[in-house]
Design a binder for this molecule. Structure first.
Ligand code: RFL
Ligand code: PHB
Length: 410
């Protein structure tokens, strides 16, 4: 088999890249180790930045998102028994965020690719990368455990295979620098069949630990509790979860949390991670394969989408003109934005969680920070512009907005 760009992984990064390349007339094949049902059913992210929504709309995959997504102009921060609204819309000159589940994004992108004959090989086994330092890199795999070895030759490989995939380790250790921080807490996430308890997302700092209240639909809500990352989900029967949620979300006044049957629950650990560079030879990493953020800033999926926008444009420039200059700068362009998102996600995590090793002094500093971001317009603006998403900076002075028209004519 041969294709121009071999893509490993059918997450948001791999699928969006394949979709953008198709719009630019560039051929790709996606290799995914899981089944279509699995990738379309995995519950993960929920919050899309304005730029992600705009890209989906502009490239023809935003129809259901515009119909079923929930558009939010603000978020609520709770601490010391009080509630404070951060008006994202006013503070950012009219930007919003959208709640639309990651697996719905996946369904829309898979459908868009398959509708136009796009090639996604599901259940691909033992995927491996070869010759990434040559001009004809190859991806090998098996259709299933007992079938013979297959090979795809390509011009470039996009490693969109998440944190545990084979792409990042294909970059030699001597070239790759990795930065990591492991947090001493995890998130217990639930889905519940209940009506919304609040019109906007609530991020709550409480002495018992952090809580986030988010939504999915008028019938299903998504909530998270800070827990010990090594805790077992069997220690969390439903009544314990509700008791904890009520306690941590309580405020002085009328507000009440609405309960419902819990239909899904799990615990995920939290880490920050960056791989530098994000490219080597003819291999380009995108999304979680290159970087991880703790979910408090809601940036992971959005960063994955920003990476592949840069990669799609760089590949388009190369195929149209033979100029490799943007491809060479791929990692540098992406990492600038990645590190800002890392900083924001780390700072939201630090501000909102209970840290097991914090002294009373550090707890007071944390409350002072929350007081500051909810009482100073300058501090609230900093939070808001990061939360709705920073632009891609192609080079000094040239931001995302100036590029959108070039890529996709509306
Ligand atoms: P993915 O989604 O992990 O997709 C990688 C794909 O590669 C496949 N794969 C392989 N395929 C072939 N061969 C192999 N050997 C392979 N190994 C792996 C996998 O099966 C998979 O299909 O990476 P991608 O595309 O980079 O997307 C990243 C996002 O999924 C991730 O950053 C977000 O989910 C993070 N995240 C959030 N991001 C947001 O922008 N907004 C949010 O509100 C948000 N909330 C969250 C989150 C992540 C969470 N968890 C579960 C960590 C909330 C949570 C709880
Ligand atoms: C979600 O709805 O899953 C969600 C929202 C905001 C976050 C993280 C997750 O910061």
């Amino acid at each position: 088999m041969r294709t121009q760009v071999g893509i490993i992984g059918a997450g948001p990064a791999g699928l969006m890249l394949s979709h953008l390349l198709h719009l630019q007339g560039i051929d790709s094949i996606i290799l995914e180790k899981r089944s279509r049902e699995e990738i379309e059913g995995t519950i993960r992210a929920g919050l899309l930045e304005q730029g992600t929504v705009d890209l989906m709309k502009k490239t023809g995959v935003g129809e259901r998102l515009m119909r079923e997504g929930h558009f939010h102009e603000g978020i609520e921060l709770r601490f010391n028994g009080q509630s404070h609204r951060v008006n994202l819309h006013d503070l950012t000159g009219g930007k919003k965020v959208t709640v639309y589940a990651q697996h719905e994004v996946i369904k829309d992108l898979v459908a868009a690719r398959l509708n136009v004959g796009g090639k996604i090989i599901f259940n691909a086994q033992e995927v491996s990368l070869h010759g990434i330092e040559t001009t004809e890199p190859k991806i090998q795999f098996h259709y299933d455990k007992d079938s013979e070895l297959q090979e795809i030759s390509c011009d470039y490989i996009a490693g969109c295979d998440g944190f545990h995939g084979p792409s990042r380790p294909s970059i030699p250790n001597s070239v790759r620098k990795e930065y990591q921080k492991i947090y001493p807490f995890g998130w217990l996430g639930i889905l519940t069949e209940a009506p919304p308890s609040a019109p906007e997302l609530i991020y709550a700092n409480h002495e018992r630990g952090f809580t986030l209240l988010s939504t999915r639909s008028p019938e299903v809500q998504r909530l998270y509790l800070q827990v010990n990352p090594n805790d077992d989900i069997t220690n969390w029967p439903d009544d314990r979860i509700w008791k904890e949620l009520h306690a941590r979300l309580e405020i002085n006044g009328e507000w009440k949390l609405t309960e419902g049957p819990i239909i899904q629950k799990n615990i995920v650990p939290m880490r920050s991670f960056v791989c530098d560079p994000m490219q080597y030879g003819r291999l380009f990493l995108a999304g979680d394969a290159a970087h991880i953020v703790p979910p408090t800033g809601a940036k992971g999926l959005n960063l994955a989408i920003a990476d592949v926008q840069v990669l799609a444009r760089a590949l388009d420039t190369y195929y149209a003109t033979g100029n490799e200059e943007l491809l060479k700068r791929y990692s540098t362009i992406c990492l600038r934005r990645v590190w800002k998102a890392e900083r924001f996600s780390w700072s939201m995590t630090a501000m909102l969680h209970r840290h097991p090793d914090h002294t009373p002094f550090e707890q007071q500093i944390q409350l002072a920070e929350l007081d500051y971001v909810t009482s100073s317009r300058a501090a609230a603006t900093t939070l808001a512009e990061n939360y709705v998403g920073l632009p891609i900076e192609w080079q000094a002075g040239e931001k995302e907005e100036t590029i959108a028209g070039f890529l996709y004519n509306e």
